[in-house]
Write a protein that binds this ligand. Structure first.
Ligand code: SF4
Length: 316
């Protein structure tokens, strides 16, 4: 094709132009456009589908969950593994409960019943009382803190002068450490006890308006006050039943077969389960008295004790 200047002009291929189509100009594809051969296209499609199928097609169940279980505790069994374990636990618990019910009647060894022991203690100690002298909850708390690793008798010798000098938490909270120490020196561990008394008095002023709280958790948060001291205060100053597991009560309880535990908290739990709640404080005083008077640590007087059938008698 020539332009207006007579120059030959190269016609651009246009596939839509019927003239060009007639002259065969539109049949040639642009050099940049690469025609895919059916074979390579198929290969890409297959590769793509193949890659997809590798990802999306789920693996056999045996690969995901392992070999199919044949026992009844498998995923499709009537009970899952956890359920079966729960069932076993429940059965074990039921067995323990039954055992405990028997203990209610017979104590841990099944030789003496709790009633037999309580009756025995009532006969021997008809009027049990706290061995410490006190006139109010603050005095009992103070005396009980002093009684750690010390006899009640010794504490009772010391406290009259102490209570005269510091009659309430306010006076004790303002006292000089050495003044308290001088008054309690003969009780042993007097420096630590004096510090605990002063801190406890301050906390009673800060937290409880200068009063002793009738609450176990509030009491055990005070310095020098553990569960044993707290239970003494609750039982004897407020009439709230508590079991005071000291060295005597723990030992005698084990000998009588009421518990096997040597830790005070564990023994307290065991005893709380089998001793009627209304008897806790009374039982504590009776057992402590019995441990001091007859069932001592080194030489228990089993022949003179009178508790027939006591398992501790056979062991000693
Ligand atoms: S019989 Fe012996 S071991 Fe048992 S309570 Fe009496 S003194 Fe203790």
């Amino acid at each position: 094709m020539k332009d207006s200047g007579g120059q030959t002009r190269r016609t651009k291929p246009n596939p839509a132009d019927p003239k060009q189509k007639a002259l065969g100009l539109s049949e040639k594809e642009p050099a940049t456009k690469k025609t895919l051969q059916p074979s390579s296209s198929e290969a890409i499609r297959k590769k793509s589908v193949g890659a997809k199928s590798e990802k999306s097609v789920p693996s056999p169940k045996s690969e995901r969950f392992g070999p199919k279980r044949t026992d009844p505790v498998g995923p499709k069994g009537p009970k899952g593994l956890k359920d079966l374990k729960d069932l076993k636990d429940q059965k074990a618990l039921k067995g323990q409960k039954n055992q405990k019910n028997q203990k209610d009647q017979k104590g841990q060894k099944g030789v003496l019943s709790v009633d037999e022991i309580l009756n025995f203690l009532d006969e021997l100690y008809p009027e049990p009382r706290c061995g410490l002298d006190f006139a109010d909850p603050f005095q009992l708390l103070t005396a009980t803190i002093l009684s750690a690793q010390c006899t009640d008798k010794r504490v009772n010798l010391v406290t009259p002068a102490l209570f005269a000098a510091f009659p309430d938490p306010k006076a004790l909270s303002e006292a000089k450490g050495e003044d308290i120490e001088n008054l309690i020196k003969t009780c042993g561990l007097y420096k630590a006890k004096a510090a605990n008394l002063a801190k406890t008095a301050k906390l009673l002023m800060e937290r409880h308006d200068g009063r002793v709280p009738a609450d176990l958790s509030a009491l055990v948060s005070l310095p020098g006050v553990g569960r044993k001291t707290a239970n003494v205060v609750l039982g004897d100053a407020f009439g709230i039943p508590g079991i005071t597991v000291d060295t005597h009560l723990g030992r005698v309880s084990r000998r009588m077969g009421l518990t096997e535990r040597t830790d005070p908290v564990g023994a307290e739990k065991d005893l709380m389960e089998i001793i009627p709640q209304e008897s806790w404080t009374r039982f504590s005083h009776q057992m402590i008295s019995h441990g001091r008077a007859i069932c001592s640590a080194r030489r228990p007087d089993c022949p003179g004790c009178g508790l027939e059938g006591c398992p501790g008698r056979e062991r000693l």
